[in-house]
Ligand binder design. Structure first.
Ligand code: MLT
Length: 336
């Protein structure tokens, strides 16, 4: 063998050794975010990126695209399923149309606190919902942001009772459970994509909407809304989803790093809500918003919504046993 071919063989061997010793190619994942800066979605995304960089020794990172720059929340589920988007952070109500079982998390008056939300999402029921969503929608939930109760905001008047609510034009997500909750209160709501909501409120196409304080702040809704009703009909959970195609293409080690980073970000998200929500509420009041408590401990809203909506969606969310499993986990009375 000539000196040159020996030398070439040496170079080739060195290249192979170097290639196998190197970590997988560094990646910057694209992460769609439905809301603007300052809310729980951004906080979850930043915590995830930080944890991912730490766990991969800087090999992988991510970039957030806020304010629906990569599409409306429901579209991002399709895009991630098709593999044209890496990750998305969005409200759970915008996952439900693709994975009916997660509807248990948008049934009115099921989750009644942050602790309820943490218990369900981080326990075995949460894992079943993750598995179902991979199967149904082609996306994997790897983290959860906790955003607080979705409160009602509107530009017309204080709302304390069901009677006060009637006559308002209220935007809701394209989510059947939420549409039917309003119908139970005698309101025919207007389903609109999230990306169209600010403009619809600003132009007076709709009078109001519901979302957590953190989201109202991140979306600057205080500029176009005056009244808030501090009701508790849905505790808002906002998952971080990854394209299952992308996830399946990664090595077991990388998959574990992503899952670990998602878990870390979930824990940070709960902490973020605990420390920030009260401050954000005060900030909204200082900007001129008025907060009204629902009359009579919200009982009329609770009775109407649970009586109409729970039975109607029982089969879709996986049957009475699925709802009772959640209620039992939370130490609440079961449905007959
Ligand atoms: C919605 O109302 O469509 C969502 O809750 C928006 C969000 O992600 O904050």
């Amino acid at each position: 063998m000539s000196f040159i071919s020996k030398a070439l063989r040496g170079v080739a061997l060195a290249a192979i050794v170097a290639a196998t010793a190197l970590p997988a190619a560094a990646r910057e994942f694209r992460i769609a975010v439905g809301d603007g800066a300052g809310g729980t979605q951004e906080a979850l995304g930043l915590a995830f990126i930080k944890a991912l960089e730490e766990k991969t020794g800087g090999a992988h990172t991510g970039k957030l695209f806020l304010n629906g720059q990569l599409g409306d929340e429901q579209d991002t589920v399709n895009n991630a399923a098709m593999g044209t988007l890496d990750f998305s952070i969005l409200a759970i109500n915008n996952v439900t149309p693709f994975s009916p079982e997660v509807g248990t998390l948008t049934l009115p008056y099921v989750l009644l606190s942050l602790e309820d939300a943490e218990k369900i999402t981080q326990g075995p029921i949460g894992q079943q919902l993750v598995d179902k969503t991979v199967e149904n929608a082609g996306v994997r939930i790897i983290g959860w942001a906790y955003s607080g109760f979705r409160v009602l905001s509107n530009s017309k008047r204080p709302v304390a009772t069901v009677a006060d609510l009637r006559g308002l034009i209220v935007r809701v997500p394209r989510n059947e459970i939420m549409i039917d909750s309003y119908k139970a209160w005698g309101v025919n709501p207007t389903p609109l994509a999230w990306t169209e909501t600010f403009a619809a409120l600003q132009q007076g196409v709709v009078d109001g909407q519901d979302n957590p304080y953190m989201t109202i702040y991140a979306m600057k809704f205080d500029e176009v809304q005056k009244y808030i009703t501090n009701w508790r009909y849905i505790f808002s959970i906002e998952p971080l989803i990854v394209s299952e195609q992308l996830f399946a293409s990664l090595s077991p080690e990388e998959q574990q790093q992503i899952l670990d980073a998602g878990l870390q970000a979930t824990k940070d998200s709960a902490e973020f809500l605990r420390t920030e929500e009260a401050k954000i509420k005060e900030e909204l009041v200082s900007r001129g918003m008025e907060i009204t408590e629902p009359a009579d401990g919200e009982q009329e809203f609770i009775d109407l919504a649970t009586a109409a909506v729970w039975p109607k969606y029982m089969d879709q969310i996986g049957g009475k046993d699925a709802l009772n499993a959640i209620l039992a986990e939370l130490g609440r009375p079961l449905v007959e």
